[in-house]
Design a protein. Structure first.
Length: 251
């Protein structure tokens, strides 16, 4: 049994891919259409030939994971130069690392050894650390359904082991163009690099394969297909969760 770690508040429901409401709608539409730790020194950048074809770029959505990271961020933290990171992923791919299919046709993964020193984002629950578990009803945005979550506080479980692998989650450039057009706050679609795959997230883990999204993430993503009655029930659940979080029953 694994539980996510948080360096600030918690990692309670940060999925592999957690979509805002508008992004979820775009994902479903696309599916239908298609049936401060310092940067490590002594690691030299990989110099790519000017003529080399680039396969990857770092999407804006993933920039928050690199170096100047907000204390509120609760996902994998990468203390590594972002341009060098993309170059190394390109080198691994050029050397034979294949792209693995993801949950949708526009999503793929590439798994590489952890060359950044990133720490695991989850730990197994044991008899030794069970008493350190924390819990609360939480949500990431006001419009989301609060859920009962459990987590370890980072300072309580030191040292956290270094992960063995990095799972780079990729979206096709075509999919990202749709999202940029639907969400102007992300930036100008014309600024997207020409490379076919954007790295939208990086997960530090011990597995060299895709791990499941958290159940709450799957549920949130599925709400885009809910009926009006189901959405009304979800709103009732939101009110109930916040009420019960402050007034638990007496047993």
């Amino acid at each position: 049994m694994l539980l996510h770690i948080s360096s600030y508040l918690r990692i309670c429901s940060v999925p592999l891919v957690a979509f805002p409401t508008r992004r979820r709608a775009i994902v479903v539409q696309s599916l239908r259409h298609q049936h401060r730790q310092p940067v490590r020194r002594g690691i030299h950048p990989i110099v790519m030939p000017a003529s080399a074809q680039q396969t990857f770029f770092l999407d804006e959505f993933a920039h928050k994971q690199f170096n100047d990271i907000s204390p509120d961020y609760s996902g994998t933290r990468i203390y590594f130069d972002s341009a060098d990171f993309v170059a190394r992923i390109q080198q691994y791919h050029d050397d034979g690392r294949e792209l693995i299919g993801g949950y949708a046709p526009f999503c793929k993964h590439i798994f590489v050894p952890n060359f950044t020193g990133a720490r695991l984002g989850s730990l197994a629950i044991t008899q030794e650390n069970r008493h350190l578990l924390r819990s609360a009803y939480s949500r990431r945005r006001p419009e989301e359904l609060p859920v009962l979550s459990r987590w370890f506080q980072l300072q309580d479980v030191q040292p956290v082991p270094e992960a063995k692998f990095l799972d780079c989650i990729l979206y096709s450039r075509d999919q990202l163009l749709k999202e940029y057009e639907a969400m102007p706050e992300k930036g100008d679609p014309a600024d997207l690099p020409e490379a076919p795959w954007g790295i939208i997230s990086v997960k530090a883990q011990d597995e060299d394969y895709e791990t499941p999204m958290q159940p709450i993430t799957i549920m949130r993503n599925s709400l885009v297909r809910c009926t009006a009655a189901q959405i009304s029930i979800a709103h009732l659940c939101i009110k109930s969760c916040w009420h019960c979080s402050g007034q638990p029953p007496v047993a």
